[in-house]
Design a protein around this ligand. Structure first.
Ligand SMILES: Cc1ncc(COP(=O)(O)O)c(C=O)c1O
Length: 414
């Protein structure tokens, strides 16, 4: 078999511990260990580092890196993940950010790392169904007590704080009615007591429209599967925090749970963040136009979009969001469940699919899909105001005229 011959400069080079030159080694060994010498490069685009482990020159180097978050083993982090995390942290304005294998991996890491038996959590209703299930099924199993309060009311959180309250969980804009939490008041409430942690799931807005940490909230959580990734091609999550001790705990628990993001997905996430502002500006202007269109349509009962003056927390949205109001809305069609189903099955440019935040427009029917019988109880659906005619609409970045025409023809089918 022909040996691939390296240029002399490379063939004769040795690594820092003096590996034997390639010509002294058997084919099998060369096949396994052949690497060009490392050269210092400064690529314009982020690179994908797939390695699961790192070569050490000495044992002390390992120990030093272990103690200082150096790269030793990729469950503890790697440069591609750090690239995505760094970029999100810049946008969120945090002390630090970690990226996870999904939004739920980020949610479960916060809850598992911060709570123990006997602690009390206050969470809004409605909240993302996965978060609700985790609190109900996993955390209650560990004797963590949960109080559910009406979404959008900081007063309700304040009224329910007890001696053992450890964590306040908010989501804004909330899934699926786009209820807004006044992040300024929420952050302030969290600071009234030492050790109380405030978390906001900011997925529906993302850092272009809202940066919870800048309002005094301790942790901003994003499902990066949505706007930050932006193309419906990855599952990812992020936790950004303003507090060093929280960052340290999340980092330790991420290693224990093994829920770090893969380098390939981290690469796509980092690439997504680079165009976040351009995509969000279009998501948000398309959504504003279509919210006005839907509001005037005779087959639509009401529209929930934080940018409309008719939205119950429009004033709070003006205070806590910036650069527009994102691309998420929901609206209720007249005629109940059958009308809702007919509508989502009649769209042609827009697609019938769960998830959100990608460049393509998606609709779904919460009462039977994301918030249906399989996900939540009838009572929880009722408490969350998830009516049979409700449609959740993730507005994409297509031509707004094509989207309006598609909505019009689908509404005609009802
Ligand atoms: C508001 C919100 N939070 C969290 C999640 C969970 O994210 P993932 O699906 O990436 O685990 C979702 C997913 O739809 C969501 O909509």
């Amino acid at each position: 078999m022909q040996v691939f011959s390296l240029p002399t400069k490379m063939a004769s080079s040795t690594d820092s511990r003096g590996s034997p030159p390639p010509e002294d080694l058997h084919f099998d060994t060369r096949a396994v260990i052949a690497r060009p010498p490392r050269v210092s490069i400064n690529p314009v685009a982020p690179s994908i580092e797939t390695t699961s482990t790192y070569v050490m020159d000495t044992v002390d180097e390992f120990v030093h890196k272990l103690e200082n978050k150096g790269y030793i083993y990729s469950r503890h982090g790697g440069p591609t993940q750090d690239g995505a995390a760094y970029s999100i942290n810049q946008l969120e304005g945090g002390f630090g950010t970690l990226v996870f294998s999904s939004g739920m991996a980020a949610v479960s890491t916060i809850l598992l790392s911060q709570l123990k038996g006997g602690d009390h959590v206050i969470c809004q209703m409605p909240v993302y169904a996965g978060t609700m299930k985790f609190l109900q099924r996993a955390m209650m199993k560990f004797d963590v007590e949960v109080t559910w309060v009406k979404a959008g009311s900081v007063e309700e959180y304040a009224k329910n704080i007890k001696d053992n309250t450890k964590l306040l969980w908010g989501e804004s804009p909330a899934n699926p009615l786009c209820t807004i939490l006044d992040l300024e008041e929420f952050g302030r409430l969290g600071q009234t007591r030492e050790g109380l942690i405030t978390v906001v799931d900011s997925t529906f807005a993302g850092p272009y429209h809202q940066q919870p940490l800048r309002h005094g909230v301790d942790v901003s959580m994003n499902s990066c599967t949505k706007y930050l990734g932006g193309h419906c091609d990855i599952l990812a999550g992020a936790l950004s925090t303003s507090k060093e001790h929280l960052f340290e705990t999340f980092y330790t628990w991420q290693q224990m749970l093994g829920n770090n993001l893969s380098p390939f997905d981290a690469f796509l996430l980092h690439r997504g963040t680079q165009s976040l502002h351009v995509r969000m500006a279009r998501h948000s202007s398309n959504a504003m136009h279509l919210a006005h269109f839907l509001q005037k349509h005779p087959k639509v009962e009401r529209v929930f979009y934080p940018g409309l003056p008719s939205h119950p927390q429009h004033e709070a949205a003006k205070r806590v969001m910036g650069n527009g109001y994102s691309g998420m809305m929901s609206f209720e069609v007249k005629g109940g469940e059958q009308a809702g189903k007919t509508f989502v099955e009649s769209v042609r440019v827009i697609k019938l699919a769960v998830s959100l935040g990608g460049v393509e427009s998606l609709v779904e029917h919460p009462a039977t899909m994301t918030h249906g019988r399989y996900m939540i109880s009838d009572l929880e659906r009722e408490m969350g105001n998830i009516t049979p005619g409700l449609i959740r609409f993730s507005v994409g970045i297509e031509s707004v005229q094509d989207l309006e025409n598609d909505l019009a023809q689908a509404l005609d089918k009802i």
